[in-house]
Design a protein around this ligand. Structure first.
Ligand SMILES: Cc1cc2nc3c(=O)[nH]c(=O)nc-3n(C[C@H](O)[C@H](O)[C@H](O)COP(=O)(O)O)c2cc1C
Ligand code: SF4
Ligand code: SF4
Length: 276
């Protein structure tokens, strides 16, 4: 059994998959007597972490690694001498190369102990989407994999092997291309149809990087910091949002059937881990 009593799990989820995985993981860990507190990213990195606590982070894979602001968050973690254990969970549609190794390096350099990492195949939300039958089959398989992972974590039977250091450079290059090329370019392609938009502001509240502002006339406008998480376009209640650049790279319309927009809004969730 693991000796740690608590897990603080920081998650980001664009269309619900990663939050769903985080919740199932928390339920599974509870069965082994470990409480898991789920906290939304972005938020400030944790300060002092108790000795009986495991830090966990969960995110969707974007361009073979974590979303840029999640990478920034990991890089901003304070250095520690406590060897705090870290668990990493990611969700992806089928191919992810630059997640495990580079983050092992990063965390070890900061004094953390990379304890366990697992990537869960979940329904795709980007280039293509499946029907709900296939999506729920994928979720059922993921549920079994999450239960396995939780059992391994609680039994202390996990490994997180390192990878060659050159992958760190590849990860940085992938991030740079994604952040400055595709992402900004893509973000500026958003439009709200004024005939459909009710000026409710939900898209602005959902955006993890404050890339959406309501203009003087109350309609949303998009800046250049988009991370392509697809939240705004997916959850707009009147389907008022389109992106004329999207048909080249993305397929909007998927969302995890068991997660609602309200679950993803930052203000609705605790931001610190003092209220555990
Ligand atoms: C911008 C973007 C990039 C993605 N890149 C990858 C990728 O490189 N490999 C992959 O397997 N899936 C990729 N996906 C698919 C997501 O990782 C996958 O569907 C994930 O479970 C979505 O999680 P979420 O619902 O929590 O946002 C990408 C999705 C988006 C939106
Ligand atoms: S969520 Fe949709 S309806 Fe609401 S402000 Fe944004 S674009 Fe308009
Ligand atoms: S603008 Fe939309 S797609 Fe881009 S980061 Fe914000 S919510 Fe996500």
């Amino acid at each position: 059994m693991i000796l740690k009593k608590k897990i603080f799990l920081y998650f980001f989820s664009g269309t619900g998959n990663t939050l769903w995985v985080s919740k199932i993981f928390a339920e599974e860990m509870r069965k082994y007597g470990t409480e898991t507190k789920i906290l939304p990213l972005p938020c400030p990195p944790p300060g002092i972490i108790d000795d009986d606590t495991i830090l966990a982070v969960a995110f969707p894979v974007y361009a073979q690694t974590a979303p840029p602001f999640v990478c920034d968050w990991l890089r901003s973690l304070p250095e520690t001498k406590k060897e705090t254990p870290v668990i990493m969970l990611s969700t992806f549609a089928g191919s992810s190369g630059l997640v495990k190794g580079p983050f092992h390096h990063l965390l070890s350099k900061k004094g953390y102990t990379p304890l366990a990492v697992r990537e869960f195949i979940m329904p795709p939300n980007y280039f293509h989407k499946y029907g709900e039958d296939r999506n729920s089959q994928i979720r059922e398989r993921a549920k079994l994999a999450i239960a396995d992972f939780a059992r391994e974590v609680s039994g202390g039977k996990t490994k997180w092997t390192s990878r060659p250091a050159f992958l760190n450079i590849l990860q940085l290059v992938a991030q740079k291309i994604f952040r400055h090329g595709g992402s900004g370019w893509f973000g500026k392609g958003f439009r709200a149809d004024k005939a459909k938009c009710t000026k409710c502001g939900l898209c602005m509240k959902l955006c993890p990087v404050d890339n959406i502002n309501l203009a003087g006339d109350g309609y949303p406008g998009w800046g250049g910091r988009c991370q392509q998480c697809l939240r705004c376009i997916t959850y707009c209640p009147t389907s008022a949002i389109s992106n004329f650049r999207m048909r080249l790279v993305a397929y909007p319309g998927y969302k995890c059937a068991e997660i609602k927009a309200a679950d993803l809004i930052r203000e609705a969730q605790p931001q610190t881990f003092t209220d555990f």
